[in-house]
Structures are given as C-alpha cells and as structure tokens.
Ligand binder design. Structure first.
Ligand SMILES: NC(=O)c1ccc[n+]([C@@H]2O[C@H](COP(=O)([O-])OP(=O)(O)OC[C@H]3O[C@@H](n4cnc5c(N)ncnc54)[C@H](O)[C@@H]3O)[C@@H](O)[C@H]2O)c1
Length: 358
C-alpha cells in the first residue's frame, strides 16, 4: 500500500520532508528530517536510482528515523536526518554542478539538516557540497575532516561484543577462545577482525572479494568460507558487517550463534524475526545502538576546535555501557532488545523535551 507523505510523517513522527527539483542539473532530492529535539538532523546523502519515487521516499523516512535513535543512544547533540539523491551513482558528466546544487538545497534548510557521505557518494562529492554549504561533515581529513570513520565503527562493535559476551557467557565472559563468524571484511570488518584476533577470538570470515579474504587469512590467520557457508559455521557470535537484512527466516534456521553483533545497517529483515531470535536464545545487539562509531567520528567535525581523537575514543567507549544497559533491561524484563533500544532512545528525547533543550 502506498502511503502519502503526511501519512508517512504521522506513522514515523517526522518533523519535515523537503523535496527539491532542479532539472537543469538533473537534481531530484528528498531530505527527511525526523526529529531535531537534540540537535540538527544528521545523516548521509545516499545517491541511487530507485524503482519508484515512493521507494526513495520510504528509504528516506526509514533511514532518517533510524538516525534519530542512533544519535540519541550515542548521546550526541544531534537529531535524525537523511537525504536521497535520485540519480545514477556512477554519473560523471555534470556531477560537480549536481553536488553544488545539493549544497544550495542544504542552505535552504538553514542547518536543520547536516549531510555526510553515504552509499553512492564520496568524500570528493562531499567537498563539492562543502564549497557552497557549511552544513556538511565527513570532509577531507587533509582539510580539517575527521577521516575514515570505519576504525571507530569497528571499535564500537568490539566494545558491544564484550558487553554481550559477558551476559551470554557468564561463566566465560571473555572474547578469548570465542568462535566468531564474521560476514564481510571490508572497511569495518577488517578492523573488527584485528580487534577480535588480538582478544584471542577464533574468527571465520566470508566476503565476495578474494583480495580481502587473502588479507584476512594471511595477516590475521582467519579461517575462510564462501559467502553462503558463513551461516552454517558453528560459532558463539555472528557478526554481520556486509549488507543489510542477512538476519532473516532462512539464515536463522542455520545460525547456531548465541550473540549477533555487527556493523551492518538494517541487519534484521523486519520485526517478524524478533520472536525467532528469542526462541533460539540469541542475544541480538541492535545495529543502530552498536554501529554509531561512524556518526560519532564525523560529528566530531562540528566541534569548535575541530575533530579530537580523544573525544571520539571516549564517546565510542560509551557504546559498551549503552549496550550493557539495553541487554540487561531486555533480559530482566523478557523484552526484545531492539524494542528496548528504541524505548531508551525515545526516553532520551522525551527527557530533552521536558528540559526544553531545543
Ligand atoms: N563504514 C562505517 O563507518 C559504517 C558505519 C555504520 C554502519 N556501517 C555499515 O557496516 C557495513 C560495512 O561497512 P563498510 O564501510 O565496511 O563497507 P565495505 O563496502 O567497505 O565492506 C563491506 C564488505 O562486505 C563484502 N560483501 C558484500 N556482500 C557480501 C556477502 N553477501 N557476503 C559476504 N561479504 C559481502 C564486500 O565485498 C565488502 O568487502 C555496511 O552495511 C555499512 O552500511 C558502516
């Protein structure tokens, strides 16, 4: 069923959705601003061709809502936002003019939305936006940007894994000797692999890129399996670090893990798997609660003195306590972890509203 824009807003609670149309540069842009209680909506600008405008709108609405919860749980003074630029991500002719126009669109929103790199866009695109608008993060590290967020995302996931293992294995609460099935050794997955190996975990990896698998095997001694076989690997933790929706009805029939903790966005196909996770006694660490290292990193560019690694490290370290609280609450009250995490994020928003911090 197709929803109207205002129906979408009513269901998900968005404050604003902005549509921009400048055919002279091929720009069709949707910006979703979900909640600015804690600060301006921050989230990447995704560039892709959609099957329909409705599909693009659905993507913007879902992703911007998720950013609100991610930033609220991470304790950032930021709200949730996301932009979808409906265009071919591989386009080269006219690309600069297109991204300059994106910058002008952001200026119309006067700072209620701050953009960053996302699927289909690059640091180079972001720097073009930056040339006309200051409402941008994720900029070039040689020009004051915070640099690649992946190591911070990996560190946050590692902290979350420590908290999860302490709860799932109370008699052996360490990652040492734990078997981890790691799906995807790209930017985040490879850094996570390094942390896991240092901690004494026994890691099996899968990827679609043979070069990454070679590095994982030769440099870190990881055991390698084919992309499909990762679900059958006997393991204590499953770490999805590749694509979304890999936790679904079919994969759950095969997974034998006690914990799911990874960096990928939208790991669960939908809420229908909550019950299966509970039946299988799998402790799921909600993706938006544990993969916030990236947004923490890029948001550091907004600090008056520029990004500081010590601040990023300490903020990423807080992910351990946040996930511990989510898991403890879920275990104590027999609740689904994702529901608890959303509730906690909403509590933070409600508290900020009560204090009138707008
Ligand atoms: N980079 C960050 O800081 C960050 C922050 C938050 C969330 N995420 C999410 O984490 C995930 C990983 O991000 P990344 O930056 O490492 O991306 P990436 O593209 O560098 O790595 C993904 C890896 O997964 C592999 N892959 C693709 N399909 C696969 C499959 N079916 N089976 C196994 N491997 C497969 C790719 O070959 C690649 O090596 C993404 O879902 C991303 O949205 C990343």
């Amino acid at each position: 069923m197709t929803r109207s824009v205002l129906e979408h807003c009513a269901v998900r609670g968005h404050e604003q959705v902005a549509f921009f149309n400048y055919p002279e540069v091929g720009l069709k842009l949707i910006v979703g601003i979900h909640d600015t209680t804690l600060g301006p909506g921050l989230g990447g600008c995704r560039m892709r061709l959609y099957d329909s405008d409705e599909q693009a709108l659905e993507d913007v609405m879902r992703l911007s809502e998720g950013m609100t919860y991610k930033s609220a749980l991470a304790g950032l003074p930021l709200g949730g936002g996301k932009a979808c630029l409906i265009a071919d991500p591989l386009m080269s002719k006219g690309r600069e003019a297109l991204f300059k126009k994106v910058g002008e669109c952001l200026n119309h929103l006067a700072g209620r939305y701050i953009t960053a790199e996302d699927m289909g866009t690059s640091v180079a695109d972001i720097m073009v936006v930056r040339s006309v608008s200051s409402f941008v993060v994720g900029t070039d590290p040689n020009k004051g940007g915070a640099g690649d967020p992946s190591p911070w995302t990996a560190l946050g996931v590692f902290h979350a894994m420590r908290a999860a293992v302490e709860r799932a294995f109370p008699t052996a609460p360490s990652l040492s000797g734990k078997r981890v099935a790691l799906q995807g050794v790209g930017h985040v997955g490879m850094y996570l692999l390094e942390h896991l190996v240092k901690a004494g975990a026994l890691v099996t990896v899968s990827d679609t890129q043979s070069q990454s698998l070679e590095i994982a095997s030769q440099r870190y001694g990881a055991h390698v399996v084919t992309p499909d076989a990762i679900y059958d690997v006997p393991c204590d933790l499953f770490a999805p670090c590749a694509i979304g929706q890999t936790v679904n009805k079919d994969s759950l029939k095969r997974l034998s893990c006690r914990v799911i903790a990874g960096a990928a966005n939208n790991q669960l196909v939908d809420k229908s798997v909550y019950a299966t996770l509970a039946e299988k006694n799998i402790l799921y660490c909600p993706d938006f609660a544990i993969n916030s290292g990236g947004v923490i990193c890029v948001s550091a560019e907004l600090a008056s003195g520029g990004p500081q690694n010590s601040w990023i490290e300490s903020k990423v370290g807080e992910i351990y306590g946040t996930i511990a609280r989510v898991l403890d609450e879920a275990l104590k009250r027999g609740r689904y972890t994702e529901e608890v995490a959303i509730e906690l994020a909403k509590e933070r928003l409600a508290e900020a509203k009560r204090r009138g911090r707008r």
